[in-house]
Design a protein around this ligand. Structure first.
Ligand code: MG
Ligand code: MG
Length: 250
């Protein structure tokens, strides 16, 4: 069932989304060679819990053990923060974070460069951000979920990259994952129709190489099968009478 949020609920999600955006900015400032993903996770958890009523969405969700998902290089999503995972110059790290506030969630992700990265890696990050922006622009009342996926796919494949298909964006609200699913590929005018009050997480996962994925033995970390780099950018967006409204922003 697709839930329609009231204006008040959307404001609460925007308040959660502000904390999410500030968390990503804080973590992004600390991304550098020699820091561990566990240190980033602790920073994020303390920051989120410093806001009255706010909690990390991920910790305990399907038994995930941490506040952040931290996915390095060929890791696409769901990497588990660890004191053993040290960031190195030239890496990229995808940080995914959710915040629960007054009964509602917000969800966002970004991929950060660690130190100096190659031009071809920087291009992957730039294109994935453009793909997200193109998807968000389609989150308009009267459009369909397929319009979002189509826009993301056009940007990604137009740049010579591939789109991860097994993992998709999602409705979000009182539950972290709600209907509809929001794939990063699709055909215009297909799929559920978008209406004011819908809130969705749009989250392209784009690989330099092939689209195939596999899950590591830790049962969480999803990686590209060919070992190529992957980037992930995400916003929680409300469909409004005045077009898309990004909720995960300051
Ligand atoms: Mg996310
Ligand atoms: Mg999400």
């Amino acid at each position: 069932m697709i839930t329609i949020k009231s204006p008040r609920e959307i404001e609460t999600m925007a308040a959660a989304g502000r904390i999410v955006a500030e968390t990503l900015a804080l973590v992004g400032k600390h991304v550098r060679p020699d820091i561990t993903t566990e240190e980033l996770d602790h920073l994020a958890e303390s920051f989120i819990r410093s806001h009255p009523g706010a909690q990390p969405s991920f910790k305990g969700l399907y038994d995930f053990p941490a506040t952040l998902c931290t996915s390095i290089n060929q890791e696409i999503v769901h990497g588990i923060p660890s004191h053993k995972r040290v960031l190195h110059d030239g890496d990229i790290v995808s940080i995914d974070v959710g915040v629960w506030l007054e009964g509602l969630h917000a969800d966002s992700a970004a991929t950060f460069p660690v130190g100096d990265i190659k031009a071809e890696t920087a291009r992957l990050l730039a294109v994935t951000q453009q793909a997200l922006a193109a998807g968000v622009a389609q989150a308009r009342a009267g459009n369909h979920v397929g319009d979002i996926g189509h826009a993301v796919q056009q940007v990604a494949e137009g740049a010579g990259y591939s789109v991860v298909r097994e993992l998709v964006g999602h409705g979000i609200g009182a539950s972290f994952h709600e209907e509809p699913q929001v794939p990063n590929y699709g055909k215009p005018k297909r799929g559920p129709r978008l209406a004011p009050g819908m809130t969705i997480a749009i989250e392209p996962m784009i690989n330099i190489g092939g689209s195939a994925i596999r899950t590591l033995d830790d049962k969480w970390t999803v990686v590209t099968q060919d070992g190529s780099l992957s980037a992930h950018f995400e916003h929680t967006v409300a469909v409004t009478d005045n077009g898309p409204r990004i909720l995960t922003t300051t």
